[in-house]
Every structure is written in structure tokens, then in C-alpha cells.
Design a protein around this ligand. Structure first.
Ligand code: B12
Ligand code: SF4
Ligand code: SF4
Length: 293
């Protein structure tokens, strides 16, 4: 393995990433774009209008970084046992956008030293991260639409560094697999939001409780959310590959907030500082959905 790639992977391991893979930052083909267009045409993006505005960019990494040649995709397990069932596990700890950016910024140094220009993307950039993770060999896309691995099922975050450097396509912690005949996540979804076209955000509790403003929810939507306060993990919990997931290597995801029994969504404002939940309180009053980022 060339020295730059080796340095990157050593740094990534030291920061606690479970896997990292390098792949081309070239555009995705018509098949992926058509699949996405069909998804949009079916209204599955609900009120996430930014999907329509950024439709083509998601499949062209060089629209985010001119002359991008390679993508380094990182995967980290965020699992831990326990937690409060009213809030998705990922949202009970320090915001992963902050944690991953802090760690990935350290991994960038060999690329800078080699004269590359870089862009770090974690969730909020218009970039098809799961497709890049698939291309880099970090796992497979499951029926719950998430990247799945044999090691920890769906309990991973993804992060991407785009670089103008041409790097060798290699990695560590890479794996291939498939869901086979399993449909456990589809059956476990309380609102039947998972179908052959992927996820229908109009029915997804995660979308309704994270992306949509509470004061814009209909009675029907509120009843789908039930007593959940933020996010939903049912299609993650159901996955057999995640049942024996170890705890995260990153200490940040082992520390959690604790909620009083009578907690309401509004009361989260005071106890969620620094978690992904606090993003929900930083939106403009005029918006129907929350801005990402
Ligand atoms: C918008 C968004 C959401 C929305 C919509 C989710 C969705 N599935 O689209 C909502 C708010 C509902 C959501 C929820 C969650 N999210 Co989210 N979300 C995103 C975001 C920003 C964009 C996803 C996207 O492009 N959706 C559009 C649809 C069309 O894409 P898609 O589902 O991937 O399906 C397309 C392709 O995958 C392709 N496809 C499908 N199957 C296959 C199979 C093959 C072989 C191929 C080639 C292609 C293919 O076709 C589909 C149509 O184009 C990404 C970050 C990013 N920038 O990518 C994070 C991301 C997907 N979310 C993440 C997480 C952790 C979650 C939650 C677990 C949080 C929670 N507990 O509440 C849930 C999980 C719900 C679920 N089952 O997806 C992680 C997932 C990590 C992983 N292991 O895959 C991401 C990658 C963020 C990150 N950087 O870590 N999320
Ligand atoms: S997050 Fe919840 S509501 Fe959304 S698809 Fe998964 S199980 Fe269904
Ligand atoms: S529950 Fe089964 S179908 Fe769903 S993602 Fe996991 S392995 Fe795939």
C-alpha cells in the first residue's frame, strides 16, 4: 500500500474509525440517477424540498470539490446498549457531525502535505454518501436503506473526505454481503414506511419527528410518532446483523443525556445542547421543515 494511504488508515484507526475505504470520486451513472428520480417522482422525499434543488449534485462529487479524484469514506459504529427508547440512540450523545469532523480533520494532514485540496462531508452536503460507501466497499445497502455490515448491522455513521489526489483504491475493515431473504426491518417498521422503492419519508417516524416542525404535524402524523420524542430505531433494532454489535470505539458515543419521565419535545431544548437534537431548535419560524446543516 502506498505511504499516503497507509498514513491515512493509521490515523483513522487511531481516531477509532472501524473502517475506511478509498474509491473514485467520479460521477454515478444513469441507473442511480434514475432510481433517485423515480423516488422523488413518487413523493417519497415528503417536504424535504432540498432534495429536488440538489438532485443532480448528489451524484457528482466534483460539484462539491472541483477536480475531486478520490473519495475516502469512513465508517464508525455508534452502538451501545441501553438508552432511552423515546429518542433514537444516535441522538442521545454528542452530535456526530461535530465528533466525526473533529476526527476526520486530523486524518486530512497527509493529504494536505501531499498538496491535495480536500472537502469533508458528513451528512449535510448534497452527496449520496451511502452509494459512495457501497463503492468504497464498506458494506451493503440493506432493505432499511442503510449501510449494513456483518460486524454491527446498521449502527454506523458515515463520513467522506473528497480529495483532488488520485489515490489507490484500498482500505481496511471492508466487507461484502447482502440481506438475502431477510425482511425483518420491513416487517418491524411500525408505519410500513419501507417498500420496494426504499423509504417513504411521508410515513417515516424518523422524518416526522426530526425533520418536520412539531407545530406543522397533523393529528395523524402525531399519532404515528406516539410517545417518541426524536427519531426512530425500529428498523435498526430489527436487523439480525446488529444484534451482537459491540459498543462504539468512540467514547463520545458512550456518554448520553438522561431524560425525566415526563419529558416533552419542548423540554428537550434545555438538556440537548451539543447533541443532534439541538439542531431541531435552530430553525427559522417560517420553514416547514428544518434546514440541514
Ligand atoms: C435525508 C436523510 C434522512 C431522511 C431520509 C432517509 C432515507 N433513507 O432517505 C430521514 C430523516 C428519514 C433519515 C433517517 C435516518 N437517518 Co439519515 N440521512 C439522510 C441523508 C442526509 C440523505 C439520504 C438520502 O440521500 N436519501 C435519499 C434516498 C433516495 O436515498 P436512499 O435511501 O439512499 O436510496 C437510494 C439509494 O440508496 C439507491 N439504492 C437503494 N438500494 C440500493 C441497492 C443498491 C445495490 C444500489 C446500487 C443502490 C440502492 O436507490 C435509492 C433511490 O435513489 C443521509 C446523509 C447523506 N448525505 O447521504 C443521512 C444518513 C442516511 N442517515 C443516517 C442515519 C444514521 C439515520 C437514522 C438511523 C437516524 C434515526 N435513528 O432516526 C434514520 C434511519 C432511517 C432509515 N431507515 O433510513 C446515516 C446512515 C448511516 C448508514 N449506516 O447507512 C446517514 C448516511 C448519515 C451519516 N453521515 O451517517 N435520514
Ligand atoms: S426509522 Fe422507524 S418509521 Fe422510519 S423506516 Fe425505520 S422503522 Fe420505519
Ligand atoms: S433487517 Fe434484514 S432486510 Fe433489513 S437491513 Fe437487516 S438484514 Fe437487511
Amino acid at each position: 500500500m502506498p505511504p499516503i494511504e497507509e498514513d491515512i488508515f493509521n490515523l483513522a484507526r487511531a481516531e477509532g474509525f472501524d473502517a475506511a475505504g478509498i474509491c473514485s470520486a467520479g460521477p454515478f451513472g444513469p441507473q442511480e440517477k434514475t432510481r433517485f428520480r423515480e423516488w422523488l417522482k413518487g413523493g417519497n422525499n415528503a417536504q424535504m424540498a432540498w432534495f429536488e434543488r440538489e438532485a443532480d449534485r448528489r451524484f457528482e462529487p466534483s460539484s462539491l470539490l472541483e477536480d475531486a479524484k478520490s473519495a475516502i469514506v469512513f465508517r464508525t459504529n455508534f452502538f451501545r446498549r441501553g438508552g432511552d427508547g423515546r429518542i433514537a440512540l444516535y441522538a442521545q450523545s454528542e452530535d456526530y457531525h461535530t465528533v466525526l469532523r473533529r476526527k476526520m480533520a486530523k486524518v486530512v494532514s497527509p493529504l494536505e502535505a501531499a498538496g491535495g485540496r480536500q472537502k469533508i462531508c458528513i451528512d449535510t452536503s448534497p452527496l449520496a454518501e451511502k452509494l459512495l460507501a457501497l463503492r468504497a466497499g464498506l458494506g451493503w445497502i440493506g432493505r432499511n436503506t442503510l449501510i449494513i455490515t456483518k460486524q454491527n448491522g446498521p449502527w454506523s455513521f458515515l463520513g467522506v473526505i473528497l480529495t483532488t489526489l488520485e489515490l489507490e483504491h484500498c482500505g481496511y475493515g471492508l466487507e461484502k454481503g447482502s440481506c438475502g431473504g431477510c425482511r425483518k426491518c420491513v416487517d418491524a417498521c411500525p408505519t410500513q414506511a419501507l417498500g420496494k422503492n426504499g423509504l417513504d419519508a411521508r410515513k417515516c417516524i424518523s422524518y416526522l419527528s426530526i425533520e418536520k416542525r412539531r407545530d406543522r404535524l397533523s393529528q395523524e402524523e402525531l399519532s404515528l410518532i406516539g410517545n417518541r420524542l426524536f427519531g426512530c430505531d425500529e428498523c435498526l433494532k430489527a436487523c439480525p446483523f446488529g444484534k451482537a454489535a459491540p459498543s462504539s470505539n468512540m467514547g463520545e458515543f458512550l456518554e448520553t443525556i438522561s431524560l425525566p419521565e415526563d419529558a416533552s419535545f419542548e423540554s428537550l431544548k434545555n438538556i440537548s445542547e451539543g447533541t443532534p437534537i439541538s439542531r431541531a431548535f435552530r430553525f427559522e419560524k417560517s420553514r416547514k421543515t428544518r434546514p440541514r446543516g
